[in-house]
Design a protein around this ligand. Structure first.
Ligand code: GCU
Length: 422
């Protein structure tokens, strides 16, 4: 069970574990022999023959498995969700976009939680398709726009980005513009909505705050073994943002793509799996517990991720630490829960920790399920060369460079989204 342990002790433990005990495997020859669990055969051995059987039998049982044993269940429903536009401007981005900042209030009994959405919409579109995603350090970090509110929530320290004492300040305005190609997005006729993930659930192994605390029964201090970790809480937050986008006239809410990088890519995938209103999803370098196959044990493993980040998944997932063989599913089956909606998985060549090959194989192996819906997945079983994207309804690229989101990534996402979402 999770306990509340001071961060310094966790850090010490992580350092200890990384240097002394855990050696990630980066050698393809040492990847264990394994069978990719079959998508088209139910747990009781029945063969899935068509999309109806997929929807009525296989999808629900896979979904339940991931919900009960990997990400965890949302333990109830909210009493109320309300939205307030706290700031707006008709001439943002040199006049080509509308900007709105929306405060979302989630209410459960006498407890509440607030988070902010920053929204940019192209002015030359009546109803824009849109990317919705989280950022790591606050909405004000994704743009130099001086009107974007600085988050008041707990923030991970990052001296390089000007964040100390767990609070974001003016110094960190615009420090992550490199990850968000806002101009390119708006110029192509898409909107962008972002949220600081720490406002929904602070990224620490402490269940006393954030979304979890809203749902506790009296005396409860942490989620039950099958209840949500932080990834599922972040996914839930994206759904609540989508509730707002559905009310926003200038947004085409049937064309909202969940987007996320790394841990936030894991959250975006789970959001699209749990909420079928998302029109599609982009997983950028999401790795272990995201797009990458767990059974390859290449780079980050289940045991390692559950040790370094014990709050991300539900406690039930811990039974697979150093025990991936026992998993009756793998992450291609999470990706298949997105079908028939467009899905983009992207890797980076130097991001071996996230196992690019495992990410590719996972996307590739959704092929039969997309086929049930006459949608084109990825037929080729060999990885494409770097910087040579495959873009079907299921898309994949591996680009040169490190774990990051770059303009190159956004350029590919925009070409693909124009074709399959707009
Ligand atoms: C760590 C973690 C990854 C995660 C990444 C990130 O490297 O091990 O699983 O994706 O952080 O979110 O940047």
């Amino acid at each position: 069970m999770k306990k509340i342990i001071p961060c310094s002790i966790i850090l010490l433990f992580m350092t200890h574990l990384s240097s002394a005990q855990f050696k990630p495997n980066y050698d393809e020859a040492k990847v264990p022999e394994f069978q990719i669990p079959d998508l088209m055969t139910t747990f009781s051995g029945e063969t899935i023959k068509n999309s109806e059987e997929w929807n009525s039998k296989r999808r629900p049982e896979l979904f339940s498995f991931f919900e009960e044993n990997v990400y965890g269940k949302v333990p109830g429903t909210l009493d109320n969700v309300s939205f307030e536009i706290v700031e707006r401007n008709e001439a943002a981005l040199n006049g080509k976009a509308y900007r709105k900042q929306i405060e979302v209030t989630l209410q459960k009994g006498n407890r509440s939680l607030k988070f902010n959405i920053l929204l940019y919409l192209p002015k030359n579109k009546n109803k824009a398709p849109l990317f919705l995603g989280y950022n790591f350090f606050g909405n004000h970090t994704i743009t130099k726009d001086p009107n974007v509110l600085v988050t008041e929530a707990w923030t991970m320290n990052n001296e390089k980005l000007g964040i100390t004492e767990n609070r974001a300040k003016e110094a960190s305005r615009g420090v992550r513009t490199n990850r968000w190609a806002i101009d390119k997005i708006v110029d192509k006729g898409f909107g962008l909505a972002v949220i600081y993930y720490g406002e929904v659930d602070p990224d620490k192994n402490d269940f006393s705050d954030g979304l979890h605390a809203l749902f506790y029964k009296e005396g409860q201090k942490q989620p039950k073994a099958n209840e949500w970790g932080s990834l599922a809480a972040w996914a839930f937050g994206l759904s609540k943002a989508l509730d707002f986008l559905e009310k926003e006239d200038q947004v085409d809410a049937s064309k909202v793509i969940a987007f996320g990088h790394s841990r936030l890519g894991k959250a975006a995938l789970w959001a699209a799996a749990t909420d079928e209103r998302f029109a599609g999803v982009i997983s950028n370098n999401s790795g272990c517990g995201g797009a990458a196959l767990s059974k390859r044990k290449f780079g980050e493993t289940v045991g390692r991720i559950n040790t370094s980040f014990p709050h991300w998944f539900c406690d039930n997932f811990e039974q697979y630490n150093e025990n991936e063989e026992a998993l009756p599913v793998d992450q291609h089956q999470l990706l298949a829960l997105i079908a028939p909606r467009p899905l983009y998985v992207a890797s980076a060549e130097e991001d071996q920790w996230a196992d690019p090959k495992g990410e590719f194989l996972s996307a590739q192996n959704t092929f039969p399920v997309y086929g049930l819906f006459s949608k084109e997945g990825i037929a080729s079983q060999s990885m494409p060369k770097v910087n040579e994207p495959i873009q079907n309804v299921v898309a994949y690229h591996i680009r040169t460079g490190v774990h990051d989101v770059t303009d190159y990534d956004w350029e590919q996402y925009l070409i693909w989204a124009k074709k399959f979402i707009e």
